[in-house]
Design a protein around this ligand. Sequence first.
Ligand code: PLP
Length: 490
Amino acid sequence: MTVMTKPEQSTARAVVTAQGLSPAATPKPDLISVEQAKALDVARITDLFKAHINPGQLHFMKLLGFHKIKIERAEGMFYIDQNGRKILDFFGGFGSLAFGHNHPRILDARLKFQEEKRQEIAIAFMSQYAAALAHNIAACSPGDLDMVFLGSSGSEAMEAAVKLAERAAGPKRPKIVYAENSFHGKTKGVLAITDGQLYRGEFKLMDNTARVPFGDIEAVERLFRADPEIGAIVLETIQGGGGIIQASADYWQKLRALCDQYGVLWVADEVQCGYGRSGRFYAFEHYGVVPDITALAKSLGGGKAAVGAMVAKRDVYMRAYGTPKTAMIHAQATFGGMGEACVTAIEALDVLYDEGLIDNAADTGAYLLERLQALQAKYPRIIKDVRGRGFMVGLEFHDFSQTLPMVLRPLVSVLDDKLKGSLSGFVGALLLRDYDVLVAFTEYNRNVIRLEPPLICQREHVDRFIDALDGLLSRGIVAIVKDFIKSQVK
Ligand SMILES: Cc1ncc(COP(=O)(O)O)c(C=O)c1O
């Protein structure tokens, strides 16, 4: 495949102006229109992806078979491809599709907003939509988590959270604690508290940080006691990128007490585990504790808009930005609180409660876990662990060599580190190719498949997913490897 060069710009054009047709001084580049974009075929999309988006990523697309698929529509629990194939979505956009695809109430709210020609940008006049959304987020949040900063991604919400914590803690306490295997985003600030060597690359990151093992309260206490400069601790309540890792209720309760004792601010990253996914609106609610600052994103935009939010206790917020002199230090960016995005998020929150989706995540999520545990009992040599809460579930495979027949194990075990993620890849690719099921992978523990279906997921979808996984695993690992290799040469 060749990388395309830019075509010649078209010249001699006429444009329609208020005065009628007139010659255009500015040549129009060769642009793809909306309708042409919809009609692009897989080969052309691949060329454009390679030429303009991310050539290296195509390697993974090919391994997983994604390069053969063009999604034409998406509805509820399913993607529908160019051949009318319905793909069951157990990936859920890493937790950003609580309502499934194109929920009708959310679509209607957006259409109505457009028809009424309402204002979008919320930086000149106050926005009634941003005000209402901030109110609603505060209403869903326990304690005095009342102050809301609206942005357009999880990373932006986390940047806002870390900046707020640093300012509220004050210049004498600039240090921020984060956890091993954490993921808080890839923007330059929060990259310093994202614990992935791959992502941290060789960037120069802020160095006012300290790292602790996740879930180890003694390690936190030692650090707080030893270092009076620590002002904040940032933790995902359930680690997503780390492989769906939870800490005990005791850990969170002691953490709250330690933060109070040492005057350290606790920032709970709920970008992935929040918004009902764990079976409570915030995952920290399972433990009866409230952080000082938290962050939401992903499903907050109803699967249709880019919305992230930092939510803070009022006194913490006021300490940092409470006066006219400090108010603009970190006020919303250009796209924070955009009209249609806010209206989408307002309607989405309504649907979340009207359709009982948080309870469904708790109940149907427990059913998913139960059925996975039964599969683990059936395939103990392949499945090492299943864990999670609600619809945030991890399925961990054994190291590859351990899944093979006894005679092959010693030969392959030296390669286990290099082969991490290969079985997840084979299973993911074949679930898609042979069973029309989409699952997700995990940043740090590549032996883990992440299951984060939309919160509208019903038992029948769980049954279909389990039947697919059972059917695939029943082939045995050697056959799975052979089938995967065949899929690559076709
Ligand atoms: C826990 C957590 N925090 C922050 C982020 C960053 O969110 P975004 O990708 O919207 O910037 C993610 C994204 O996966 C996440 O899982």
